[in-house]
Write a protein that binds this ligand. Sequence first.
Ligand code: SF4
Length: 85
Amino acid sequence: MTQPLWSPLPARPNIRAMKVTVDPVACEANAVCVRLVPQVFSIHEDEEGEDVLAIAGDGEVPAEYADGVRDAVTRCPKMALTLDG
Ligand code: SF4
């Protein structure tokens, strides 16, 4: 039996998932990040009728959106987003 010329990379369980959080005081809900990565960020009304930012998946960023989230963090005009991991 011949060996394949390549093999899939082994799983790397020690790598932590990237997580994004928002400072609700700094965020002005201007939706810059929502336009960049609507799969992760969205604007909702809170119980007082104020627009607030929501982040999907409790902030855990799927790998396919990592670049977009990094872009959103650097473009947020209020520097309200923080990336961990
Ligand atoms: S870009 Fe910044 S200020 Fe605007 S909604 Fe996103 S986190 Fe809030």
